[in-house]
Design a binder for this molecule. Structure first.
Ligand code: ATP
Length: 257
């Protein structure tokens, strides 16, 4: 299935987004615009506000100041239409959850099923297709708790595919996942972008981002630079994001000296 996007309508348009907690300004007047059908990497230090940014885009925080539009719709409308899916770093699937892999993927259809949540043939087909897309069709009947961390990530990507999300946001999809699984997840994400889904992922796997992403956004409470992955992953660019590297001062400290 290939989805078509209107090239002049951004997949995500964020203007002046601010997230403040009691003592912390986590996101500071962030502006972000993402074109459709591309893979974007978000790179920032721990505590630089990436999760808060994702939370605000997903409507999980109490009405932060700023504008969020997804495919030209207000964030809330887009979320209600299941246009966007979010995979948090911790998948939230209890180890003893008595659900099969297919049942977990089927929850991606809930937003489209109406109040009875009674799946039709097309829904079952969508679940099967999604598991094929992530390369796990043979695990459909396995209890979700028996899968590895990397396989569970792919199951949750399958859920987003079954949901027909056109923007998928992933917070650290490679954390705690081995090299083989990282390659498998990267392949699935690349394939999704090539068939009309926009991907935004936060990751500390910098080398992995170079091969995967069309563009990398360097983040420190807002986008501070963006560009070609190979350019953004260079030490000079990263210094502004991660501060001290290899024992040297941060860019800000160098300026003050
Ligand atoms: N619910 C909260 N209440 C108060 N402060 C918070 C809350 N959530 C996050 N923060 C603070 O906001 C800042 C940004 O946190 P956030 O989790 O958004 O960053 P992050 O870039 O996702 O970090 P990490 O890479 O470690 O997950 C941090 O200083 C954090 O302590």
């Amino acid at each position: 299935m290939t989805l078509t996007s209107q090239p002049d309508v951004p997949a995500l348009r964020v203007l002046g987004l601010t997230v403040a907690y009691d003592r912390t300004l986590a996101v500071d007047r962030a502006d972000v615009e993402l074109e459709p059908d591309r893979v974007y990497g978000l790179v920032g230090a721990n505590g630089s506000g990436k999760s808060s940014f994702f939370g605000a885009v997903m409507g999980r925080l109490p009405q932060p100041p700023g504008t969020v539009e997804i495919f030209g719709l207000p964030g809330r409308s887009a979320r209600e239409r299941s246009l966007v899916a979010f995979l948090p770093q911790a998948d939230g699937l209890a180890a003893d959850l008595p659900w099969s892999v297919a049942e977990v993927v089927a929850t991606g259809r809930y937003g489209r099923l109406g109040p009875t949540r009674r799946p039709r043939a097309a829904d079952r087909q969508a679940v099967g297709d999604a598991l094929h897309r992530v390369g796990l069709p043979e695990l459909a009947r396995r209890p979700i708790g028996e899968l590895s961390g990397g396989q569970r990530k792919r199951v949750l990507i399958a859920r987003a595919i079954a949901q027909q999300a056109r923007l998928i946001i992933l917070d650290e999809p490679f954390a705690g996942v081995d090299e083989t699984a990282t390659a498998a997840i990267s392949g699935v994400l690349r394939d999704l972008a090539d068939s009309g889904v926009t991907i935004l992922l936060a990751s500390h796997d910098l080398d992995g981002l170079v091969g995967l992403c069309d563009e990398v956004l360097l983040w420190n409470r807002r986008v501070i630079r963006r560009g070609e992955p190979a350019e953004m992953i260079k030490p000079e660019a990263l210094l502004d994001v991660f501060g001290l590297t290899a024992g040297g001062p941060t860019a800000g400290e160098r300026e003050r000296r």
